[in-house]
Design a protein around this ligand. Structure first.
Ligand SMILES: CSCCC(=O)C(=O)O
Ligand SMILES: [Fe+2]
Ligand code: NI
Length: 180
């Protein structure tokens, strides 16, 4: 289950309802998928082939179509990151840059773990959203954020986009950025 840490105060927010209510004030949705639906050969597998990525998407087809119907996403993909990813350092460097997207996007963690660091109001500042398998959030249009891995450094995530072109990040310079 997802957990939040507010960087300014170190306050931890846990429990499904608390997490959802906290995120909803920033128009971030929080939902949970049943990752036990994933066939065994796709669980704990952090270097999926293209065919296996298609199997992951097929497993969550109902959930994806439901989000499409509710929120208008047009394209989706599966991303894996682990020590087996040849260009992991290069990819992570891009994901760890503070950025925005010009559309709302979905991130659903289906394996491993990941952290989205999101900028809330000026008062709240940056907060970490620590996600485990089954956790899904939205990153709203023009919301300042970045992504990083946990110490385990492995993740499998499904991403949904409105743009047909998929992931397009716009770097955001923030003098008030709060490290850790
Ligand atoms: C685990 S998703 C990779 C990062 C990403 O897509 C983003 O930061 O927008
Ligand atoms: Fe992003
Ligand atoms: Ni779960």
């Amino acid at each position: 289950m997802a957990e939040i840490r507010i960087r300014k105060t170190n306050e931890i927010i846990s429990g499904e309802e608390n997490v959802r209510n906290f995120l909803n004030q920033f128009e971030v949705i929080y939902e949970h998928w049943d990752v036990n639906k994933l066939p065994a050969h796709l669980q704990e597998n952090f270097s999926l082939t293209d065919d296996q990525k298609a199997e992951v998407l097929a497993t969550f087809d109902t959930e994806i179509k439901d989000l499409v119907a509710r929120r208008g996403y047009r394209t989706w993909d599966v991303i894996t990151l682990s020590e087996a990813t040849p260009n992991i350092e290069e990819l992570l460097a891009k994901f760890e840059q503070i950025h925005t997207h010009t559309e709302d996007e979905i991130r659903a963690i289906v394996g491993g773990a990941g952290t989205f660091v999101i900028k809330g109001s000026d008062e709240i500042g940056y907060f970490d959203v620590n996600l485990l398998p089954g956790d899904l959030i939205s990153v709203p249009e023009n919301t300042v954020h970045f992504f990083t891995l946990t110490d385990d450094r492995k993740v499998v995530a499904i991403r949904l986009f409105v743009e047909e072109n998929g992931w397009i990040a716009h770097p955001f310079e923030d003098p008030s950025f709060q490290k850790a």
